[in-house]
Design a protein around this ligand. Structure first.
Ligand code: NAP
Length: 287
């Protein structure tokens, strides 16, 4: 990488941000295509978000990724957001467009990508989503895009779950959201054909736990798809136990790379070198 006076700036905001692989993934792709950009990590505390966004405008950042805890909080600072980001109420990719910041959500298409290659009658599937945080918002919108009639959302905190359900009332979301306590997981798993973990349970460094008990896998449907948004480790214990009982599993790595690739295209106008991004992620996960 040869940073010079004309190098264009990209980055990611989050708090914390030290765990993110996005700088390595994007910089490896930028270097591979010899594009004169650099992608930097910016730790931004919630109280400093407004100043950070103004600062990015002042230094002519081309665009930036948005991660926990800013995906919803960033919206008031944007001039325009894409229709899907509007429905989700969450933005993960921002670029400067003419006279202001434009936000979109590349998590939704990235999450959908591995599912779209599977032959399923999505109109008859009611997915079960574990967790109701930021990533769950993208998954709910993705379920609507698939054509699912409704979703079951399970959480340990009933107040947050009710807030999550209520938060869609004034949105354009059409899909029905049914909410359930954590104790309902066993019954819901036995009925569904698509189970998605959006909680961080089982994520590095605490990798020997799963959001569901091992015995819950005993009564699953033969065509169950189990999707974990966690990409480190890959697969998680949750996915390993599901696979042992015959479920088709999808790890969070493909979603991570797909959302990065779409953002890369938005900022640079170039098709991202997916193989290079995957190799870099593999390197980061292994070493
Ligand atoms: P978030 O906004 O903090 O939401 C996390 C959700 O998990 C909340 O509903 C939280 O409930 C629940 N939760 C946390 N710990 C729990 C526990 N011990 N038991 C039960 N529920 C628990 O985080 P997020 O942005 O949605 O991200 C969630 C996960 O998805 C992370 O692992 C992240 O790395 C992953 N992710 C992956 C990708 C990808 O590209 N592969 C993209 C986005 C996110 P409370 O509110 O009660 O704490």
């Amino acid at each position: 990488m040869n940073i010079n006076g004309k190098t264009k700036l990209l980055g990611i905001i989050g708090n914390p941000i030290g765990h993110s692989f996005s700088p390595q993934i994007h910089n490896s792709a930028l270097s591979h295509l010899a594009l004169d950009y650099v992608y930097l990590p910016f730790p931004v505390a919630p109280a400093k978000l407004s100043e950070a966004v103004l600062g990015f405008e002042a230094i002519s950042l081309v665009g930036f990724s948005v991660t926990i805890p800013h995906k919803q909080a960033i919206i008031p600072f944007l001039k325009e957001i894409s229709p899907l980001a509007q429905v989700a109420g969450a933005v993960n990719t921002v670029c400067w467009k003419d006279t202001g910041w434009y936000g979109t959500n590349t998590d939704i298409a990235a999450f959908l990508s591995p599912l779209l290659s599977l032959e399923r009658n999505w109109q008859e599937i009611v997915p079960v989503i574990l967790g109701c945080g930021g990533a769950a918002r993208a998954v709910v919108v993705a379920a609507q895009e698939l054509g699912c009639p409704s979703v079951h959302v399970v959480s340990r905190n009933q107040d947050k779950l009710k807030d999550f359900q209520a938060s869609w009332r004034s949105s354009m979301l059409q899909i029905e959201i049914q909410i359930h306590s954590w104790e309902s997981i066993k019954d819901l798993i036995s009925q569904t054909a698509l189970l998605i973990n959006t909680t961080p349970i089982g994520m590095y460094p605490v990798v020997d736990i799963s959001p569901v008990e091992q015995s819950f896998w005993e009564n699953i449907k033969p065509d169950l798809i189990v999707y974990d948004l966690i990409y480190r480790p890959s697969p998680t214990l949750f996915l390993q136990e599901a696979a042992e009982q015959g479920a088709l599993i999808i790890t969070g790595t493909e979603m991570l790379i797909n959302q990065a690739a779409e953002a890369f295209k938005i900022w640079t106008g170039q098709t991202a070198p997916i193989d290079v991004m995957n190799q870099e992620l593999y390197h980061q996960l292994c070493f």
